[in-house]
Design a protein around this ligand. Sequence first.
Ligand code: 2DT
Length: 213
Amino acid sequence: MARGKLVVFEGLDRAGKTTQCMRLVETFKRRAEPVRLIRFPDRSTATGKAIDAYLKGESEQEDHVIHLLFSINRWEKVASIEADIQAGITVIIDRYYYSGCVYSAAKDNPTLDLSWARHPEVGLPRPDICIFLDISAEDAARRGSFGEEKYETRKMQERVRQLFGVLQSSPEGEDFVKIDAGASLESVEERILEVIAAIDAHVDIEDLPLRRV
Ligand code: 2DT
């Protein structure tokens, strides 16, 4: 039996990540292929609840502390992700450590740059592919106003977009496939399915354990 794939979706708020993740899960189910969807932050755990309160502005956290909480929130799930992949289940993740690094670094705290931010993520299962849904600030703005949460400001989104660019031109960028998320929902979906189908060609999906970040 082939192992499951590890597929990550990244992008700015309102790029369509959640919609496309859900559509992809439906496609897998229609094809009777085992699949599980995870999103980070997972707000249901104790760490997730602390993150949720922070994002909603109900509590304060020092920049490094909240960064590490986001990281713990991923590490909590590693064993179950690995078990699923091994059992042949494809795991689709809505935001992963890439968001972890860029959102924290976007605060421009002098002691929290991309390099610092990446350290606690080292050793996480490395995705077979990271699908980056790319949207311009203008297109994002056309999709409606920002929400109420901590990072949903124009300034923060612009800095995050810039830092995703830095990440993509680093060795990390090897795992990224950029898709223009300004296109129609259907054509973005079609492109995603092509990218997923191509994973087998460049990753040995018999290979276990998974590579690591
Ligand atoms: P959602 O709107 O997708 O729930 O994300 N974030 C996310 C971080 O700052 N660090 C992380 O490690 C992750 C996964 C991005 C909520 C916000 O949390 C940010 C937006």
